[in-house]
Design a protein around this ligand. Structure first.
Ligand SMILES: Nc1ncnc2c1ncn2[C@@H]1O[C@H](COP(=O)(O)OP(=O)(O)OP(=O)(O)O)[C@@H](O)[C@H]1O
Length: 226
């Protein structure tokens, strides 16, 4: 497993402290992050691959300082956004997955084999030549996941990957996430998604207020928001 370390990490947007002195070592395979709207979950998740830089403290991924080694870190850390539409950049499903590899210097056959494997992995092989924007919401989220997996990241960070999906699609996407070999960090308001994770972190006003096994952490979170 990889290791993600937050060392006294804070982040301010326009003087407002949204992540407040967080220190964590994440080594578990599947870690969930929950918390009320605006508690700083997305900001924390985005710091893992350098989408957001801490205004104080340091984030390290497998020993690499994210602020200094952004490119190497982004090769290790794939990021799945809430809205897959924002992640789809190419006309067809296959082209969209292949786009991730544009700077990987693979020969054509290797790249194609990796794209095929990533599509197979998420069950989109039959839709490979379809227009990406015409997929259903659930299929788009699986495409976003394939576009991340094709780079063979060690870590997948997902920010509310099922929030925009109906219950059936959310379950389908969640099942795919559950079978990943990668270390997985998932921000979610859908608590059932995290029940069989290894660890759940509860954020409140930028701080980690609970850090425990899912049953205990989710109970504490439900009590906090009740
Ligand atoms: N780019 C930005 N510029 C200014 N403020 C921001 C920016 N991104 C987030 N914020 C603010 O930082 C705070 C924390 O936001 P963040 O998205 O991390 O919370 P969250 O816990 O993920 O919330 P939600 O559950 O609503 O997605 C919020 O008050 C938000 O308005």
């Amino acid at each position: 497993m990889s290791e993600i370390v937050f060392e006294g990490v804070s982040h301010r947007f326009d003087q407002v402290l949204v992540v407040d002195d967080v220190s964590l070592v994440l080594r578990e395979r599947r870690v969930g992050i929950v918390g009320a709207n605006g508690s700083g979950k997305s900001t924390l998740a985005r710091m893992i691959n350098g989408l957001v830089t801490p205004t104080a403290g340091r984030v390290r991924v497998d020993g690499l300082d994210v602020a200094r080694n952004g490119r190497d870190v982004r090769r290790r850390v794939g990021f799945v956004f809430t809205n897959a539409d924002n992640q789809i950049v190419m006309p067809t499903v296959r082209e969209d997955v292949a786009f991730t590899l544009r700077r990987h210097r693979l020969d054509r056959a290797d790249a194609e084999a990796r794209v095929d494997a990533a599509l197979e992995r998420v069950g989109l092989t039959a839709l490979a030549d379809r227009p990406a924007h015409r997929l259903s919401g659930g299929q788009k989220q699986l495409l976003a996941l394939a576009s991340v997996l094709v780079a063979e990241p060690a870590i997948v960070v997902a920010d509310e990957p099922t929030t925009l999906l109906d219950a059936r699609n959310a379950r389908r996407v969640a099942e795919h996430f559950a079978t990943l070999d990668q270390q997985l960090i998932v921000v979610s308001h859908q608590l059932e998604l995290l029940e069989d994770f290894d660890r759940v972190i509860v954020m409140d006003e930028g701080r980690v207020v609970v850090d425990d096994v899912p049953t205990a952490a989710l109970d504490a979170y439900r009590a906090l928001i009740a």
